[in-house]
Design a protein around this ligand. Structure first.
Ligand code: TNX
Length: 503
C-alpha cells in the first residue's frame, strides 16, 4: 500500500491511513482546491530531508519535525529524492499563493515568494498527524496523505489584535499568540500599545510614558512595557511567521496613562491620577496646545523608526471628551505627522468624522450593516464588526471571561457572515480584509487568550483567507473540530463549544 522507499520496520496502521485521508479535507482555512490522490501516501521517516529556497521557512519546518519525530531531518542543498522540497517558481495568485503536491516520494511546495512557501508549510502541518506539532518526541508513524492543493488568499489583510494596554502581556506571551495565529495564515498582528490604563512601549524623548504610565493595568494588576529591543524582537519573531506588526498609539482619547505621565499634555496642565478601571471616553490630549503635536511627532517618529511594516494605527475611537471640531483638526494634523514619518495611517472608523487621507485604512468596529458614513468614505476598510469579530465578547451567558456589550458570540456567529457584504453600502472591492480584536479588560493570562481566541480566531481567519464559495457551516464545524486534538498537542486551552463536531 505504502511507498516502498521507507524503512522496512515502519508500518502504517489502517486507522492512521484513514486519519490521514480525513486530514486532507480538514484544512483550516479551507484551501481554494484540494484534490486527494487515492491510495497515495508519503511517509516521513529517518530518511526524510528538507530542501528550501526560502532558508528560514525550511529551517522552521525541519526544526519542528526534528522535535516531534526525533528524526535528523537534514537541510540539503538540492531537492531530495525522499523528502520535502520548498521551491520558488511561478504559481497563480500572488505573493502568498502556493501549490502543494504530495506523492509517494515526497512533498513539493511551490510559491512565488517565501510568504507563499510559509503558507504552504502551514497547510502541510495540518496534513501531518497532530503529534507532529508536539514539543517532544512522539511515536509516529508520520504519513502525509497524497494529492494536490492549490491555494491563495481572498484578502491581503488577515489580522488579529491584542490589547496589551488594559493588561500587559510580556514578549513570550505575544510570541505564543504569534505561533498560534500563524498556523491559520493570519498575516497582521495589531498591537494596541496605549490606553487609559497603561502605556506599553519605551519612548526615549518621553521616558515617563513607559516608566510611570506603564506601571499600572486594569484592576491594579501588574503593569509593564516593552523596551525598544523587545518590541523589535516581537517584530522579528512575527516576520519569521509572515506576520507584520501594526502598532497602535490611541489618540486623542484613551490617553489617561500619557496624561498622568506628563501634565503638560492636559489643557489645565494638571496630571490626572493613574487609572485602573474600565470606563472609556473620559480622557483627551489637549488638541489646542502646540506641545501636543510635538509629543505626537516624537512618539510617532520613534515608533515609525522601529517599525518596518507600512501601517501606523492612530486609534481615534471613542473620543467622547474631545469636541467634534477639535477631534477633526487633531486627526487631520496627526495624519500629516504619520505620513511625514513614512507610514500609512490606520484608524478606527471614527476617523471618518475627520478627513481621512485617500490612503488611510479604516477599521470598522461597529455592527450596523446599514451605516453609510464609513461605507461612502471611499477608503479601504478592514472589517472588525464587533458583534462578529470581538474576541472579548462572551460565547454565552456562562462564559467566565469577557464582556457582552456587542452581544454573545458563539462560533457560528463568528463564522456566519460575509466580510465582502456585511456593510450593504460598501463596495466589496474596498474591503481589504478582516481583523479579530482581543480587548483585555477581563483577559489576564495566556490561557485566557487561548480560551477567547480558540476556536473563534480560526473561524475568522477562514473568512479572511478562503473563497466565499467554500463557506458552509456544516462542513466547517467538522473541519474546525478536527483541529481540537492539534490544539491539545500545542497546549492551547480552547473553549469546547457544543456547536463544534469535536472528534
Ligand atoms: C470598545 S472598539 C473599545 C475598546 C474597549 C472595547 C471592549 C473600540 C475601538 N474601543 O476601548 O476595550 O470596546 O470591548
Amino acid at each position: 500500500l505504502l511507498a516502498t522507499s521507507v524503512s522496512a520496520s515502519v508500518t502504517v496502521s489502517p486507522s492512521a491511513t484513514a486519519a490521514a485521508a480525513v486530514a486532507f479535507g480538514a484544512i483550516v482555512p479551507a484551501p481554494v482546491s484540494a484534490v486527494p490522490a487515492a491510495g497515495v501516501t508519503y511517509l516521513i521517516t529517518a530518511a526524510t530531508a528538507v530542501y528550501s529556497e526560502a532558508p528560514e521557512v525550511g529551517e522552521q519546518l525541519a526544526r519542528q519535525l526534528r522535535r516531534s519525530t526525533g528524526y535528523p531531518v537534514p537541510i540539503v542543498t538540492a531537492p531530495p529524492a525522499d523528502g520535502i522540497t520548498l521551491r520558488l517558481g511561478e504559481v497563480a495568485g500572488g505573493d502568498e499563493a502556493y501549490q502543494l503536491d504530495v506523492t509517494a516520494t515526497g512533498v513539493v511546495v511551490l510559491a512565488n515568494r517565501a510568504a507563499g512557501l510559509f503558507n504552504g508549510v502551514q497547510t502541510l502541518r495540518q496534513l501531518l498527524p497532530y503529534a507532529a506539532d508536539a514539543a517532544t518526541v512522539q511515536p509516529g508513524p508520520w504519513p502525509v496523505p497524497g494529492g494536490r492543493i492549490v491555494d491563495r488568499p481572498r484578502y491581503p489583510y488577515r489580522g488579529a489584535m491584542l490589547d496589551v494596554a488594559r493588561h500587559f502581556f510580556p514578549v513570550g506571551a505575544v510570541e505564543r499568540y504569534l505561533d498560534q495565529i500563524a498556523l491559520y495564515k493570519i498575516n497582521y498582528l495589531h498591537l494596541h500599545l496605549s490606553d487609559d490604563q497603561g502605556w506599553r512601549i519605551a519612548v526615549d524623548s518621553w521616558p515617563r510614558l513607559a516608566s510611570y504610565g506603564g506601571s499600572t493595568a486594569v484592576g491594579g494588576d501588574p503593569g509593564g512595557s516593552y523596551t525598544k529591543a523587545q518590541y523589535q524582537e516581537i517584530i522579528a519573531y512575527a516576520a519569521a511567521r509572515n506576520i507584520t506588526i501594526v502598532p497602535e498609539i490611541d489618540m486623542p482619547g484613551h490617553t489617561n496613562a500619557a496624561l498622568a505621565s506628563y501634565g503638560q499634555l492636559t489643557c489645565d496642565g494638571v496630571a490626572p491620577p493613574l487609572y485602573t478601571g474600565t470606563d472609556v471616553g473620559f480622557s483627551s490630549l489637549c488638541t489646542s496646545k502646540e506641545i501636543t503635536y510635538t509629543f505626537v511627532d516624537q512618539v510617532i517618529g520613534e515608533l515609525a523608526a522601529l517599525t518596518p511594516g507600512p501601517y501606523l494605527h492612530i486609534g481615534g475611537d471613542e473620543a467622547a471628551s474631545t469636541a467634534p471640531a477639535d477631534y477633526k483638526a487633531f486627526v487631520d494634523r496627526v495624519q500629516g505627522i504619520v505620513t511625514a514619518h513614512g507610514k500609512t495611517v490606520m484608524g478606527w472608523h471614527d476617523v471618518v468624522k475627520a478627513t481621512p487621507l485617500p490612503t488611510t485604512l479604516v477599521q470598522y468596529w461597529g455592527s450596523d450593516p446599514t451605516e453609510t458614513a464609513v461605507s461612502t468614505a471611499g477608503r479601504k476598510v478592514v472589517m472588525s464588526p464587533s458583534a462578529r469579530t470581538y474576541l472579548d465578547m462572551k460565547y454565552n451567558r456562562r462564559t467566565p471571561l469577557g464582556q457582552t456589550w456587542a452581544g454573545l458570540i458563539e462560533v457560528k456567529d463568528a463564522y456566519g457572515w460575509n466580510p465582502g457584504a456585511y456593510l450593504r453600502r460598501l463596495p466589496p472591492e474596498q474591503v481589504l480584509g478582516v481583523e479579530a480584536p482581543l480587548w483585555t479588560e477581563t483577559i489576564r493570562t495566556p490561557a485566557d487568550i487561548d480560551y477567547m481566541a480558540f476556536p473563534r480566531l480560526p473561524a475568522l481567519a477562514e473568512l479572511a483567507w478562503s473563497p466565499y464559495a467554500t463557506h458552509d457551516w456544516t462542513a466547517f464545524r467538522q473541519r474546525l473540530g478536527a483541529q481540537g486534538p492539534r490544539w491539545r498537542v500545542m497546549g492551547i486551552a480552547y473553549y469546547r463549544s457544543t456547536q463544534i463536531a469535536w472528534p
